[in-house]
Design a protein around this ligand. Structure first.
Ligand code: ADP
Length: 407
């Protein structure tokens, strides 16, 4: 493997999350988060190994933001890279690749145009992702850029899973179908699960539960995504921090009429003031909600109950879709850290062979671990996700291929 560093970039609407990996060992050497891009002053939290610093800086847009990130990487008190020439490739998280991308890809003008094409379907996500690619192209000219798509892992879904029962012409005309998201995470934890179980991924039926601010469940059969709970957009499926997940579509028309809301306003309600926040009225963070529920707040307790109940229904549905279940994997901020939610989801799934070990479940740890009873037919695993690592590995794989093609 070539010497040098890989920069991983994940641009949100007003943020840049970044990591720097050693190309040889694929170990993370530095990382950070720049927030409030476009505001009066942006906050940069930067770390290199054990060293960390927080700075107020100017970042009008993503280009200036990335410029500042590159500056601190080689010019900070503790250097993450000796010079920018050390960076041999940049890997970008791109949320929506539509059905154009089955896997990660090197970015050229044609690829960038296609990503722009899909921006209409991911208006919150793809435009900042594109801004990140354009900034990196101009600040690190000639350095290969790779796009790793949230949607790519789910491109293996069969038609019966991704088509909605609406007029087929609408699918053809407007590309309305299930795409699924969090694919980098679902794919990573499924592969890790097979490793932990010492079984070939091709022989396993796994339900992966990514429970963070956004939440989704995926049915992974023989290593492939065969169904997933997020759909045309990340709004479908599970109850999330502020997103409703599944609702009867008629509620939208009824709300329009009764509350005199526009389509845009309803989109906002369903994306920003629903989910855990909407039901509890307390917060979008399960830690706050659990604290309130502990004090007897009924709506807070209800929010947790609905959250877990709906996740449980997806586990059952996907076991049925796959014709069996070998493992359930929990990941994401909630999945990795919240024993209460995990136990609520696994409760009463004994009929499927799911048996949680209460003591193992209660142990707090940052490591991947098994939390099922020794006699549980279905293994229950907690696996910390690491999307940045996957992006770094994918980037290196593609850059290597690219270099191989050169004379
Ligand atoms: P994102 O989807 O934005 O990447 P995360 O995966 O970090 O988010 O998940 C964020 C959520 O994880 C928080 O809103 C919180 O509800 C939950 N969370 C984080 N840490 C803990 C913890 N120690 N215990 C319980 N829940 C946690």
């Amino acid at each position: 493997m070539r010497k040098g560093k890989v920069l991983v970039v994940n641009c949100g609407s007003s943020s840049i999350k970044y990591s720097v990996f050693e190309a040889e060992s694929v170990e993370e050497v530095s990382g950070g988060l720049l927030e409030r891009i476009g505001g009066k002053s942006a906050t940069l939290k930067h770390r290199v190994g054990p060293y960390s610093v927080e700075l107020e800086i100017e970042a009008r847009d993503h280009r200036q933001g990335l410029e500042q990130v590159l500056r601190i990487l080689h010019g900070g008190e503790v250097k993450a890279v000796e010079s920018l020439a050390e960076i041999i490739a940049v890997g970008h998280r791109v949320v929506h690749g539509g059905d154009a991308f089955f896997e990660s890809t090197l970015i050229d003008d044609r690829v960038l145009d296609t990503i722009k094409d899909w921006a209409e379907l991911a208006p919150l996500h793809n435009p900042p992702n594109i801004a990140g690619v354009e900034a990196a192209k101009s600040l690190l000219p000639g350095i290969p850029q790779v796009a790793v798509f949230d949607t790519a892992f789910h491109q293996t879904m069969p038609e019966k899973a991704y088509l909605y029962p609406i007029p087929y012409e609408l699918y053809k005309r407007h590309r309305i179908r299930r795409y699924g998201f969090h694919g980098t995470s679902h794919g990573y934890v499924a592969r890790k699960a097979a490793e932990m179980l010492g079984m070939p991924l091709k022989a396993l039926k796994i339900v992966t539960c990514h429970l963070g601010n956004g939440c989704s469940v995926t049915a992974v059969r023989n290593g492939k995504s065969v169904d997933t709970s997020m759909g045309f957009t990340p709004l479908e499926g599970l109850v999330m921090g502020t997103r409703s997940g599944d609702i009867d579509p008629s509620i939208i028309f009824y709300m329009m009429d009764k509350e005199k809301l526009s389509a845009k306003e309803i989109e906002n309600v369903l994306n920003r003031s629903s989910g855990l926040l909407g039901i509890s009225g307390v917060s979008n963070d399960v830690r706050d909600i659990e604290r309130e529920a502990g004090k007897g707040n009924r709506r807070a307790a209800l929010a947790l109950e609905i959250f877990a109940y709906r996740a449980k229904k997806y586990v059952g549905a996907y076991a049925a879709a796959m014709g069996g279940l070998d493992a359930i994997v929990f990941t994401g901020g909630i999945g990795e850290n919240d024993p209460t939610i995990r136990s609520m989801i696994c409760a009463d799934l004994g009929f499927l062979g799911v048996k949680l070990d209460g003591e193992l479940n209660a142990i707090a740890s940052k490591d991947a671990r098994e939390i099922s009873s020794s006699d549980s037919a279905v293994k229950i695993l907690v696996i910390p996700t690491n999307e940045e690592l996957v992006i770094a590995i994918e980037t290196l794989r593609l850059v290597k291929g690219d270099m191989g093609k050169q004379p």
